[in-house]
Design a protein around this ligand. Structure first.
Ligand code: HEM
Length: 230
């Protein structure tokens, strides 16, 4: 009798654990992999000057990677403002989230193939930047040549990306769309002059983006080994 009651309790505990494992939580790996978060945090801190935020852990995501789904869900760099807004809205993210998250382009680089048509076909691009960028991104060839997306401070997480947009220094068409006479102009102006507002909104939007499309129950998996499905 005692044994039966213990095993019923064990089953209940397992069931609770299974439900809990389908929810995101900041402490998800505290017992199964207690050093994970500290290890990741120190690597990220060493690499990025972005604002801190609490990452909810335990996403189960898919059982396999899908190139076609990734491509169909990622906005292309030729996107209009309207399609950027609607693409993020489809994921439950607001226009403010979209603008703030685009500020990630304050660091990192883009390949020539992703901004060539802007260099040779668009007039709302700062002319001296255009000349310098064309030198490294010819009309044909050099597809992989890189340019920073924040031409002022490419390695610093700051508001310079947004200040650049005010002077038509956006390298990607999609980035310049955020300041091109549309509904997001005012927010870009705010972020350009108020780095704290950008950092706060960015952190909040990163947390929301981390909760997009969370799988529950028996959907998806967390790989036990990074290199193969379970
Ligand atoms: C708003 C829609 C977005 C578009 C159209 C877009 C587009 C792009 C493109 C075309 C590149 C260059 C990739 C290459 O040439 O290899 C890029 C790079 C990058 N994007 Fe975005 N992106 C968007 C949103 C985001 C978001 C939400 C984040 C993160 C919060 C982000 C973070 C980055 C970073 C960090 C890089 C640089 C990668 C590197 O240097 O290796 N982007 N993005």
């Amino acid at each position: 009798m005692a044994a039966a009651s213990v095993s019923v309790q064990a089953i209940v505990l397992l069931a609770v654990a299974a439900v809990a494992s389908a929810q995101l939580s900041a402490t998800f790996y505290d017992s199964s992999c207690p050093r994970a978060l500290g290890t990741i945090r120190s690597a990220v801190t060493a690499a990025l000057g972005g604002p801190p935020y609490t990452v909810l852990l335990g996403r189960r995501d898919s059982t396999t990677a899908s190139l076609s789904q990734a491509n169909s869900d990622l906005p292309p760099p030729g996107s209009s403002l309207a399609s950027l807004i609607s693409g993020f809205a489809r994921k439950g993210l607001t226009t403010t989230d979209m603008v703030a998250l685009s500020g990630a382009h304050t660091v990192g680089q883009a390949q020539c193939a992703n901004f060539r048509s802007r260099l040779y076909g668009e007039s709302n691009l700062n002319q001296s930047d255009a000349a310098a960028l064309r030198a490294n991104c010819p009309q044909s060839g050099g597809n992989g040549n890189l340019a920073p997306m924040d031409l002022e401070t490419p390695n610093t997480f700051d508001g310079a990306f947004f200040r650049g947009l005010l002077s038509q220094r956006g390298v990607l068409h999609s980035d310049q769309q955020l300041f091109s006479g549309g509904s997001t102009d005012a927010l870009v102006q705010s972020y350009a002059s108020n780095a704290a507002q950008f950092r706060n909104d960015f952190a909040a939007a990163m947390v929301r983006m981390g909760s997009v499309g969370v799988l529950t129950g028996s959907q998806g998996q967390i790989r036990l080994s990074c290199s193969s499905v379970n």
